[in-house]
Design a protein around this ligand. Structure first.
Ligand SMILES: Cc1cc2nc3c(=O)[nH]c(=O)nc-3n(C[C@H](O)[C@H](O)[C@H](O)COP(=O)(O)OP(=O)(O)OC[C@H]3O[C@@H](n4cnc5c(N)ncnc54)[C@H](O)[C@@H]3O)c2cc1C
Length: 420
């Protein structure tokens, strides 16, 4: 088949490689001047083993299921850590106890067999119930990731067209016609939409989809830091489960002793929750250095220092970056990729980076029409992620329930700042 893929982040690029090896002819279309310029180039960081999702067994299972596959397929992109600590905080930024019990947290961490308990005082950590060290690596970001995929795509013969903004896709006479913003058009047997579910969306998605789904678009921030005492291998420190901080390395080059890190926080990373990507983009545009440094940075650092008092002696602030992420609104914080087809276009709703394997497997099954369920004009794979998780996906947080899906952090912080 001649297949067009729209969007060259992790999902589009990995899918292009898989489709080429299955014998298809593939053209990868990207609106930016280079590939991996969206969220994938800046934000896919941990190669998750699962404990970040203690309330979603489906998400944890899918992390473990694809972990080994990711390491075997992309060993050059996997960065081993000196330590990868998952800790359970006593209370979060709202003064609430962790959303899971100590037993559940320990059990979830021990789903990775190498998990070992951390001596918290030896590491200068405090205000924690427990801490565990896992062999959880990071995924390479930025230029190193971009160059890797450009080479790989060229070797297998994927045609990459950058600076190609797709404006619309029309199905006509058994072909999918992809229209560029300059009015020109390419014809494919099939198109795959890997735009992070941010553009060219399926018609009447929330109304007609076989299950009750709700999508939120969230402008997200990451604060960047430089490690003043970098060691040969990086570290990560993630406090759970609720409104807690998360420190991860951002490895973008082949240099030894990686010093770049990203700090996020359950309460101060997601700036808002919107029903369209456009509204989320607009908020991201509005953010200023002054606002971030005087509010978000100050609050996030104060929270981090509750658990690691020496943090600011070792890590120095170096700026911030932002991106919009599409998320399914679920009570359990479900975060795997889901894949389905409507009217000649296969859509990949992003999960975590390692879920590119689930998505590509399901794209291939949909193309071959193997084990597919057809409902309300949508096709998806029987026993695929969507089929297995459909119950979980339909369970939404209740009115007034604290959930990352409802956050309106920018308006709240702005209001507090103005009041001062
Ligand atoms: C703060 C934060 C932390 C995260 N941490 C982790 C983590 O630790 N581990 C993990 O696994 N994941 C993490 N993620 C999630 C992960 O980064 C994303 O899910 C993943 O990168 C999505 O990849 P994608 O290819 O689907 O989307 P993208 O990378 O967004 O790619 C979509 C591409 O489509 C292009 N595009 C859009 N519209 C058009 C159009 N009309 N025409 C042509 N091109 C178009 C865009 O330019 C973009 O390049 C994190 C995300 C955030 C925001």
């Amino acid at each position: 088949m001649k297949i067009g893929i729209v969007g060259a982040g992790w999902n589009g690029s990995h899918c292009a490689l898989e489709l080429m090896s299955a014998g298809h002819q593939v053209v990868l279309l990207e609106k930016h001047p280079d590939i991996f310029q969206g969220v994938s180039g800046d934000f896919g960081i941990r190669l998750h083993k699962g404990p970040h999702y203690p309330r979603s067994k489906t998400t944890r299972d899918s992390c473990l299921e694809v972990f080994d596959r990711f390491c075997a397929t992309y060993p050059e992109l996997v960065v081993a850590h000196d330590s990868a600590i998952y800790a359970q905080g006593t209370t979060d930024a709202l003064g609430l106890r962790s959303k899971v019990s100590n037993d559940t947290f320990a059990k979830v961490c021990h789903e990775s067999p190498e998990c070992s308990e951390v001596d918290m005082s030896a590491k200068g950590l405090e205000a924690l119930e427990a801490a565990f060290n896992l062999d959880e690596p990071s995924v390479v970001l930025g230029d190193r990731l971009r160059r890797f995929f450009l080479d790989k795509l060229a070797v297998v013969g994927v045609q990459v067209q950058t600076g190609f903004i797709v404006e619309k896709i029309i199905r006509s006479a058994g072909q999918s016609l992809v229209y560029r913003d300059d009015g020109s058009c390419l014809a494919f047997d099939l198109v795959i939409n890997t735009t992070g579910f941010q553009s060219l969306l399926p018609a009447f998605f929330e109304r007609d989809f076989p299950f009750e789904v709700e999508v939120v678009y969230q402008p997200c921030l990451a604060l960047c830091y430089e490690d003043q005492q970098p060691s040969e291998k990086p570290l990560s420190f993630i406090v759970m489960d609720g409104w807690f901080p998360c420190l991860m390395p951002a490895v973008t080059t082949h240099e030894p002793y990686p010093a770049d890190y990203i700090l996020t926080h359950g309460s101060y990373t997601i700036m808002g929750s919107f029903s369209t990507a456009r509204e989320a983009d607009a908020l991201l545009e509005e953010l200023t250095d002054d606002f971030i440094e005087s509010t978000v940075k100050a609050l996030t650092e104060a929270q981090m220092c509750r658990f690691w008092r020496g943090f600011l002696q070792r890590f120095h602030y170096a700026g911030w970056k932002g991106a919009v992420l599409a998320k399914l609104k679920t009570r359990s914080e479900f975060r795997s990729a889901i894949t389905f087809e409507q009217d000649g276009v296969i859509y990949v709703f992003p999960g975590k980076v390692s879920n590119v394997f689930n998505a590509a497997d399901e794209v291939l099954a949909l193309i071959a029409n193997q084990r597919c369920i057809d409902q309300n004009g949508f096709r998806y794979v029987e026993n695929g992620v969507l089929d297995i998780a459909r119950r979980e996906i339909q369970q939404k947080p209740g009115a007034g329930e604290e959930s990352t899906c409802n956050l309106q952090t920018y308006s709240v912080l702005r209001g507090q700042k103005d009041a001062c």
